[in-house]
Design a protein around this ligand. Structure first.
Ligand code: ADP
Ligand code: ZN
Length: 251
């Protein structure tokens, strides 16, 4: 499955990505993480991009696209992947199309701006294993070190209030148009939340399983979504039978 996680900073893309990744055994490709690694390594590329990141602006498209292309050559991507934080602009989305990548679905998480500001400024991350925490709602056990690996948690420089405001502005200008872009392609699977605390339940994850199976049978996402909205298992069986019959006829 090839999936895109779309949404404003701090909407929980990383958290959802990890769940989906372990469920389907496909890697998360987080351009934010790739860029952070480059910056902390002090490489020439890192030097070139660190200013954009620190000010909450986007790294230029050609650089990000090259990083993603390079990541996709690794072996673990062959059964699919989850893009987290990519694409962030229309040219990046067009680059995905130009690479001949057939995206199965785009999970779009939408949250009110004020919720985002609160969440991002209370976010803490592990610099070593990139686990995420929240000082109010999901602190680590001792509030200081990472539960997973023991490293001391940090607040990302770009998670500080002044920078978050700019990141949101950039999100609305450059990234939000991708919602319409993928809606038009029939790939958008929107999740709107007023609070942002709605995490994927096991039910939702099972739904993703159903979605993947149906996508493999070439069912349009709009049809699948209509089924999921109604949650009618009888109808699902019927839809599946119709698809399988058609699919057998074709092969
Ligand atoms: P979040 O999802 O919390 O906003 P990320 O970790 O995805 O943060 O990204 C952090 C920063 O890395 C962005 O503000 C931007 O500077 C840079 N970045 C990440 N992904 C991209 C991308 N696809 N295009 C351009 N810049 C990016
Ligand atoms: Zn850790």
């Amino acid at each position: 499955m090839k999936m895109i996680l779309l949404g404003p900073p701090g909407c929980g893309k990383g958290t959802h990505g990890k769940r989906i990744s372990s469920r389907y055994d496909i890697p998360i490709i987080s351009t934010g993480d790739i860029i952070r690694v480059a910056v902390s390594s002090g490489s020439a590329l890192g030097e070139q991009v660190k200013g954009y990141m620190a000010s909450g602006n986007l790294v230029p498209d050609d650089i990000v696209i090259a990083l993603v292309k390079d990541r996709l050559t690794q072996d673990d991507c062959k059964n699919g992947f989850i893009f987290d934080g990519f694409p962030r602009t229309v040219p990046q989305a067009e680059a995905i199309d130009a690479m001949g990548i057939c995206v199965d679905m785009v999970l779009s998480i939408e949250l009110p701006d004020q919720v985002i500001v609160n969440r991002v400024t209370s976010r803490r991350v592990c610099p070593s294993c990139s686990a995420g925490y929240d000082v109010n709602d999901n602190p680590s056990r001792d509030g200081v070190t990472c539960d997973m690996c023991g490293a001391t948690l940090i607040q990302r420089e770009d998670d500080k209030a002044e920078i978050v405001e700019n990141r949101l502005k950039v999100y609305h200008e450059k990234t939000a148009p991708l919602v319409a872009y993928y809606e038009e392609q029939g790939l958008l699977h929107p999740h709107r939340s007023e609070t942002g605390y709605r995490l994927y339940s096991i039910d939702d994850i099972c739904n993703l399983n159903v979605i993947r199976a149906l996508r493999e049978l070439d069912m349009p996402l709009s049809e699948i979504r209509a089924y999921l909205d109604r949650r009618s298992p009888g109808e699902l069986v019927e839809l599946l039978e119709r698809r399988v019959v058609r699919w057998r006829g074709e092969s």
